[in-house]
Design a protein around this ligand. Structure first.
Ligand SMILES: Cc1cc2nc3c(=O)[nH]c(=O)nc-3n(C[C@H](O)[C@H](O)[C@H](O)COP(=O)(O)OP(=O)(O)OC[C@H]3O[C@@H](n4cnc5c(N)ncnc54)[C@H](O)[C@@H]3O)c2cc1C
Ligand SMILES: NC(=O)c1ccc[n+]([C@@H]2O[C@H](COP(=O)([O-])OP(=O)(O)OC[C@H]3O[C@@H](n4cnc5c(N)ncnc54)[C@H](O)[C@@H]3O)[C@@H](O)[C@H]2O)c1
Ligand code: SF4
Ligand code: FES
Length: 810
């Protein structure tokens, strides 16, 4: 009797999951797949952590496959639960939490660990590597309190970390053991030019320095060096290389050198167990960049799907530094060795350096600084190993004869179709041209079709140039980006079309506006649902299936799959009776944790999905919307009710605002606060809208945020009465609802459109009244979502099965 084979993947990272994606494409349903991940997240783009740290990219933007993707593909995912042992005889894995899963095929993709120098004091608080979301979060949090950072290691990772920390406002010293930065990728000339440019950006370097110890009490306070020197540091990032994560493999008895030894088909020394990614060692090499790991994944997937493959033969690698303002590329051999010749070009005026390394008339290496447009074609030549005899100087001076000022699109036009444009994903110019020919008209669409630009993003300029070349008006305007890969239309065009054609459902919008993906995606479906609800509050029926899980269940999904429930406590003011009720419910349902939130609410953590309706019913309190893109909380200080400094009734004002705007859907979450005097105990100036009492009136501030990027709010207006506070707040919130992009916080919106334009839209009393009328109309249709479910037998019965798009929500 044949049974579906059970495939277990250990490591929910970039290489392992790319392998699974390939397998799903090659042979759907051939395997019953289980994935274990040590990190408490779905699969994300580790490469982009540098961009998250540098700012401009949110953690939610770097998810590759969200939670729903696993469900949709019938993959059982255990996160935050590492596999701790493998029984290779009984063919099963056991996780830290005790889960046992049997396998027929086991893939190990456990990645690497940062190499932590075993220095005295290395275990102090504030000493970390830079490898995962947690490290990234620690750096972002630390920068809010501390100012002095030291990065040990001036390689790719160290420099990208240093740039991010500078952007976070820290003072950064990079300590490098070698005389030249990026000594594993660059020659001396390129390295010196790089150092110069980074110093101009504010980075400081201590070169040829051997760190001797890390000093401080519990937390790091500084570093000492072998030459007797020392510096102060409140945060130390070790970026001195990585070591394959092979402990589990060793315990299992797999053959391990530096990495888990694999053959050309990624088979380890034990039949049925494969290894892929940074943890694997192939022909003596454990790679540390995604391109070779993705190649390995493609080979392994073919092998497991029973497709013919020649096997993996090893890779030549190329790297680009992801630091804005400096362009650095390196591939193959970058320093001359006996038997090699090199040609160099250095332009100190424009800061350009090029070097190509040749052996036996073949290109074996290249280093580019300042202008890296020739990186892709040079890398193709290195990989192809073809003779470049007689073309050496042409290659050095500009690949495609490179006339001064020649556009990138024109250069790319001269390239052969089989040249690689996206190094990370091995995507050729021909493949991208074909995707454009098949109708892809934006970078996002090309990413969806080909994966190009989906990893480090370094090939985006080339892909944009190809779009200009093949989809633009000859070489005209760049093709604009849509709200997601399913469309090339932007938010305003979509909303205008909805109005003009009176489109009334998500499906209709996608049909009429010719969506590329008929079902849409997790970016556009919730956005369309929001825009339709905003335009037609009376007629539009909210589509549950276009909402994130948090919003479907009206509770926040937690990392272990349980939910957290926050009842509404207006203005943060409760009563003994209310507290008793919450306590009774928490006891009855065995709620493991009851905690105050930053917004002065009580949060019940660890609630099972099936208990949600019962808990809501027994609490008999309105939903606090702690999960939604809606008004979350109005935080208040005690105001003149008890405080001797208070000039106004902050509590009363806060409760009035919360009662007025609870249940309003907004493009992104909205938090308010009211302080009773300028001492501002309710922290009103880091809220989406903050109200601060003054003598005889109130000041209103907007666009504040205390999240990853702290932003102080900006002064909007001063008013005398509580009624005026409500009027301005109504108008401001409705103007935000009508004009911001879905998922755009007020802080980002105001930065994008400018406070001036908002003041202009609100300064006229008639306009304010009109906006207030529209928000009141919308509010008149809103109902408490918990009551809605509890009182509807059908909804309550089918509560478990509410499905929709997936959660990367905060
Ligand atoms: C900040 C940063 C920037 C980078 N930039 C680039 C770049 O620009 N270009 C480039 O090519 N590469 C870059 N890299 C390297 C690239 O991210 C890695 O090569 C790639 O992620 C390796 O993939 P992997 O799947 O082998 O390992 P990982 O992505 O690390 O995945 C391994 C996963 O396995 C999990 N795991 C480990 N042990 C267990 C266990 N016992 N049970 C369950 N799960 C386990 C780990 O927690 C991890 O989530 C960068 C790396 C970092 C940290
Ligand atoms: N843009 C990219 O492609 C990119 C970005 C980040 C990370 N990565 C990858 O992540 C991995 C880790 O990166 P990395 O920069 O840590 O590794 P790396 O090996 O590239 O660089 C480490 C650097 O640390 C220096 N060093 C070693 N010991 C030291 C010491 N005691 N004190 C000071 N300096 C010391 C080395 O000279 C070397 O230049 C690599 O595989 C890298 O390819 C790639
Ligand atoms: S903000 Fe002013 S009124 Fe409110 S608690 Fe602080 S000091 Fe008192
Ligand atoms: S080169 Fe990295 S995503 Fe294309």
């Amino acid at each position: 009797m044949s049974h579906v084979k059970r495939l277990v993947l250990i490591g929910n990272g970039m290489a392992g999951m790319r392998t699974i994606e390939h397998i799903l494409k090659l042979s759907t349903e051939a395997y019953e797949i289980t994935v274990f991940g040590e990190e408490p997240h779905p699969n994300y783009n580790r490469i982009m952590l540098s961009s998250v740290l540098a700012g401009g990219v949110e953690l939610s933007d770097i998810v590759i496959n969200d939670w729903d993707w696993y469900t949709e593909n019938n993959i059982k995912l255990y996160t935050g639960d590492p596999v701790t042992s493998i029984d290779s005889v009984g063919k099963k894995v056991i996780s830290a939490s005790g889960i046992e899963v049997a396998y027929d095929i086991l893939i190990m993709a456990t990645g690497s660990n940062p190499f932590m120098l075993p220095l005295p004091g290395a275990n102090k608080e504030g000493v970390i590597g830079f490898r995962n979301i947690k490290d990234c979060q620690i750096m972002m949090d630390t920068s809010k309190t501390y100012k002095k950072a030291a990065v040990i290691g001036g390689g790719l990772l160290g420099l990208e970390a240093a740039r991010g920390l500078l952007n976070l406002g820290m003072d950064v010293n990079v300590i490098h053991i070698h005389k030249y930065l990026m000594d594993r990728q660059l020659d001396q000339s390129a390295s010196l030019m790089l150092q110069h440019d980074l110093e101009q950006q504010g980075m400081k370097f201590l070169l040829e320095k051997h760190t001797a110890s890390i000093v401080g009490r519990r937390r790091v306070q500084g570093l000492t060096f072998a030459d007797g020197g020392e510096i102060e540091a409140d945060l130390v990032i070790m970026a001195v290389g990585i070591t394959p994560n092979v402990e589990l493999a060793k315990r299992t008895g797999l053959k391990v050198n530096r990495g888990i030894v694999v053959n050309d088909y990624m088979e380890t020394s034990i039949p049925g167990i494969y290894a892929v990614g940074e943890c694997a060692e192939h022909r003596g090499i454990a790679y540390g960049l995604v391109a070779p790991l993705y190649e390995q994944g493609a080979v392994l997937a073919k092998r497991l799907a029973g497709t013919v493959t020649a096997g993996y033969a090893g890779s030549v690698t190329s790297t680009k530094l992801k630091v804005s303002g400096v362009d650095v590329f390196s591939a193959g051999y970058f320093n001359d060795k006996p038997g090699m010749r090199s040609l160099r070009f250095q332009d100190e005026i424009d800061g350009i350096y090029k070097k190509i390394v040749i052996q036996d008339n073949r290109l074996v290496g290249a280093v580019l600084f300042g202008d890296i447009t020739d990186g892709a074609p040079l890398f193709s030549l290195i990989k192809s190993g073809e003779s470049i005899e007689g073309r050496e100087k042409e290659l050095l001076l500009g690949f495609s004869t490179g006339k001064a000022g020649e556009s990138l699109a024109s250069k790319l036009g001269k390239m052969a179709d089989d040249e690689i444009i996206c190094g990370c994903n091995g995507v050729t110019k021909g493949t991208i041209a074909e995707a454009i020919g098949n109708g892809c008209s934006s970078v996002a669409e090309i990413k969806m079709c080909t994966k190009a630009t989906g990893s480090c993003g370094g090939c985006k300029p080339q892909v944009e140039a190809l779009l200009q070349l093949y989809a633009g008006d000859t070489i005209g305007e760049p093709v604009k980006e849509g709200i997601c890969g399913c469309t090339s239309l932007g938010r305003d065009e979509i909303v205008e079309s909805m109005k003009a054609m009176h489109l009334m459902s998500v499906k209709e919008v996608m049909n009429v506006l010719e969506w590329r993906e008929p079902e849409g995606c997790s970016k556009c479906r919730p956005a369309l649902n929001y825009y339709l609800g905003m335009l037609y509050p009376a007629e539009y029926k909210d589509e549950k299936e276009s909402r994130f899980a948090n919003e479907r269940y009206h509770a926040n999904i937690q990392k272990d799959g349980t939910y957290s429930v926050i009842p509404r406590i207006y203005g943060g003011v409760t009563s003994p009776a209310e507290l008793k009720k919450i306590a009774t419910v928490a006891e009855k349902y065995d709620v493991p944790l009851v905690k105050f939130t930053g917004g002065q609410r009580l949060d019940l953590f660890g609630v099972k999905k099936e208990d949600l309706p019962g808990i809501w019913e027994e609490l008999d309190m309105p939903s606090g919307h702690g999960y939604g893109k809606a008004l979350r909380t109005v935080k208040t200080c005690v105001g003149n009710t008890f405080c001797r400094f208070g000039t106004q009734d902050a509590i009363g004002m806060g409760i009035r605002l919360e009662k007025a705007f609870e249940r309003i859907n907004t493009p992104a979450k909205v938090k308010l606060a009211v302080s009773g005097c300028p001492r501002n105990c309710a922290e009103a100036t880091v809220k989406d809208l903050g109200v601060v009492a003054i003598d005889g009136g109130w000041e209103l501030y907007v666009g504040g945020n205390a999240g990853v990027k702290v932003r102080a709010s900006e002064f909007l207006c001063v008013v005398k009465t509580e009624d005026e506070v409500v009027e301005w707040t109504s108008a401001y919130l409705q103007y935000y609802r009508e004009n911001a992009n879905w998922n755009e916080r007020t802080a980002n919106w105001i930065e994008r459109v400018g406070l001036e334009s908002i003041i202009k839209a609100l300064e006229n009393a008639e306009d304010r009244q009109a906006l207030m009328g529209r928000i009141e109309e919308t509010l008149s249709y809103s109902k408490d979502p918990w009551k809605d479910i509890i009182n509807n037998d059908d909804l309550r019965k089918n509560f478990h099965t509410l499905s929709g798009v997936e959660t990367v929500n905060s």
